[in-house]
Design a binder for this molecule. Structure first.
Ligand code: ADP
Ligand code: MG
Length: 338
C-alpha cells in the first residue's frame, strides 16, 4: 500500500524547474526578463560552456533590498502581482515568482544586489536549497545573478543537454530576442571570455540592423498601423530576403517573443501572394495591445499567449502586413539584383 506524503520543498522546485528552466537558454531568458522588469538600462550577460558551467546576468536596475533577498528566491514570492486583477492585466515580464526558486534548486546560485538606498551591496548564495545569510558585498546599484553547473544535482536532466555550441546557440537566440525588443537598453554578451555582442542603445531600426544585418534592413519595408486598440510596428522583409527556415521570424506581443498559431497563420497569409514554395518570410514585428486583451498565463515559460479576440487580431495582422508589402515604396526598398 503506498502512502501519500507532501513533497519536500527542494523536490517541488526541481519539478518546477523541469518546465521553467529546461535548458540554459530558459534560465537566461528568465534572468534577462527580471532585469527588464527591474528597469535596467544596461544588461551584461556572461556565459561559459554554453551557459552550463556559468551563466551570469548583471544589471543596473532597481536592485533587491537586503531583507528581501531570501524572499526573491522563495517559490511563489513576487513583487509584480498581488491580486487576480493584477494577473489579468499584467504588464511585467514576470509574475509567477518561481524562476529564481527553480534555478536555485538545479544550480549553484549566487545573488548580489544593491538598491539606491543602500551604501553597499549584499550577497546570498544557495547550495542544495539552503540559503546563506546575506553578507556585505561590493556591488554597484543593480543586481547580479550567477548560476554555476546547471543541473549538477539532477543528472537525468543534465544528460538531456546538447553540446556546448548548441546550448550556446540557444542562449544567443534568447539574447537576440530580448535585445530586439528593447533597443533603448544596452546589452553585452560574452562566451568563454570572448565578446560576442556589444550593443549600445539604438533606435528600433538601428537595433534590427545591428542584429539581423544590413541585408535584412535593405530588403525590409516598414510596418506601422494603429487600429481598434492594436498597434503593429516593425519591419517585414520582401521575398528577396526570404529564408529556407523560420530563423528570422521575430514576433513580439507587448514586448514578449511569442510563437503562436493565430499570428503565424496571419503573417504567412500576408505573404502568400508574393512568397512561393518552401520559402519562409522574415520579419521583426511588435504587436501592442491592452494587457487585458491577451492572456500570458498559458504556459510556465510564457512563450504562448491566448488572444481574447483572435479573429480581430488575425485580420489586423494579415491586412497590416499585406498592405505594407504591397505599398508602392515596398519595391524601392528591395536591393536590386546585381
Ligand atoms: P517573478 O519575476 O515572476 O516575480 P522571479 O523568481 O523571477 O519571479 O523573481 C522573484 C522576485 O525577485 C521578483 O519579483 C523581483 O522582485 C526580484 N528580482 C529578481 N530578479 C531581479 C533583478 N534582476 N532586479 C531586481 N529584482 C529582481
Ligand atoms: Mg522572473
Amino acid at each position: 500500500m503506498s502512502t501519500i506524503r507532501p513533497l519536500p520543498e527542494l523536490l517541488i522546485n526541481q519539478i518546477a524547474a523541469g518546465e521553467v528552466i529546461d535548458r540554459p537558454a530558459s534560465a537566461l531568458k528568465e534572468l534577462m526578463e527580471n532585469s527588464l522588469d527591474a528597469g535596467a538600462t544596461d544588461i551584461a550577460v556572461q556565459l561559459e560552456s554554453g551557459g552550463i558551467k556559468l551563466l551570469r546576468v548583471r544589471d543596473n536596475g532597481g536592485g533587491i533590498a537586503k531583507d528581501e533577498l531570501a524572499l526573491a528566491l522563495q517559490r511563489h514570492a513576487t513583487s509584480k502581482i498581488a491580486t487576480l486583477d493584477d494577473l489579468q492585466c499584467v504588464s511585467s515580464m514576470g509574475f509567477r515568482g518561481e524562476a529564481l526558486a527553480s534555478m536555485a534548486a538545479v544550480a549553484q546560485l549566487s545573488l548580489s544586489s544593491r538598491t539606491a538606498q543602500e551604501a553597499h551591496g549584499w550577497k546570498v548564495e544557495t547550495m542544495d536549497g539552503h540559503l546563506s545569510e546575506p553578507a556585505p558585498a561590493a556591488h554597484p546599484h543593480g543586481t547580479s545573478i550567477e548560476l554555476r553547473e546547471l543541473y549538477f544535482n539532477t543528472p537525468a536532466r543534465r544528460k538531456f543537454l546538447k553540446s556546448e555550441p548548441t546550448e550556446f546557440a540557444w542562449c544567443e537566440e534568447v539574447f537576440r530576442r530580448v535585445a530586439l525588443s528593447h533597443p533603448e537598453i544596452s546589452f553585452s554578451l560574452t562566451h568563454n571570455g570572448k565578446t560576442i555582442w556589444q550593443l549600445p542603445p539604438h533606435t528600433p531600426a538601428g537595433r534590427v540592423a545591428a542584429i539581423l544585418g544590413d541585408e535584412f534592413g535593405l530588403a525590409a519595408v516598414a510596418v506601422e498601423r494603429q487600429a481598434a486598440g492594436f498597434t503593429l510596428t516593425g519591419l517585414a522583409a520582401l521575398p528577396a530576403y526570404s529564408r529556407s527556415s523560420r530563423d528570422a521570424q521575430y514576433f513580439f506581443v507587448n514586448g514578449r517573443f511569442i510563437r503562436d498559431k493565430v499570428s503565424s497563420h496571419a503573417l504567412r497569409q500576408a505573404y502568400q501572394d508574393i512568397l512561393h514554395g518552401q520559402r519562409h518570410p522574415a520579419f521583426v514585428l511588435f504587436l501592442e495591445l491592452p494587457p487585458e486583451r491577451v492572456d500570458v498565463n498559458v504556459h510556465p515559460a510564457k512563450s504562448e499567449v491566448r488572444f481574447r479576440d483572435s479573429q480581430a487580431i488575425h485580420s489586423f495582422l494579415f491586412h497590416t502586413v499585406q498592405d505594407a508589402l504591397a505599398a508602392p515604396n515596398a519595391e524601392v526598398a528591395a536591393p536590386q539584383p546585381a
